[in-house]
Design a protein around this ligand. Structure first.
Ligand code: FEO
Length: 183
């Protein structure tokens, strides 16, 4: 009896996204190592913690594919690419990679709608919200870097930024979580 509840097309897209999340984990890992090497302990710790989040995302896709009775295909993870040239470049690259990830997530949502696979559509809504959060996080980081001087930030500003990031919460506050009394 066939217990597979995913179409071949969606199973492939979900497997590809599982690899994308592993790729994202490698990107944060490599930027974290770069930041540590440059002496930015706070930034590095923030990026390492986020790398773990990406691995959790990878596991969510893996679990979902298994639970729907389809086959998980674990492949090689693409390389994270070159190191950032400075802190500003680091967070610009983070933002760009999160936007690319959002595009990939939306594509799967669209595919699940076309197939009327409402289970996958429902599963993907967690990621739609998560991507809003991840993009907000990246924008917040870019705002902080901008205040510190952007690509021209001096050592003092970077020292303070690094201290700040050591205590920055992992999750950004979304517009839907705010109120008049708690904006
Ligand atoms: Fe799993 Fe940062 O997206």
């Amino acid at each position: 009896m066939d217990t597979n509840r995913l179409s071949d097309t969606l199973a492939k897209a979900l497997n590809d996204q599982m690899t994308n999340e592993a790729h994202n984990a490698q990107i944060y890992l490599s930027y974290g190592a770069w930041a540590s090497d440059k002496g930015y302990g706070g930034i590095s710790n923030f990026l390492f913690r986020h790398s773990n989040e990406e691995r959790n995302h990878m596991m969510k896709f893996l679990e979902y594919i298994l639970k729907r009775g389809a086959k998980v295909v674990v492949t090689a993870i693409p390389e994270p690419g070159p190191d950032p040239i400075n802190v500003n470049d680091c967070f610009e690259k983070v933002f760009k990679s999160e936007v690319e990830n959002t595009t990939a997530i939306y594509k799967i949502v669209e595919m699940s709608m076309q197939e009327k696979d409402w289970a996958t559509w429902n599963f993907m809504q967690w990621f739609v919200k998560e991507q809003t959060e991840e993009e907000t996080m990246a924008i917040d980081m870019l705002d902080k870097v901008k205040i510190a001087g952007g690509p021209n930030a001096n050592d003092d500003a970077l020292y303070n930024l690094d201290k700040d990031l050591a205590t920055t919460p992992d999750d950004a506050t979304l517009a839907q979580d705010t109120s008049v009394t708690n904006p």
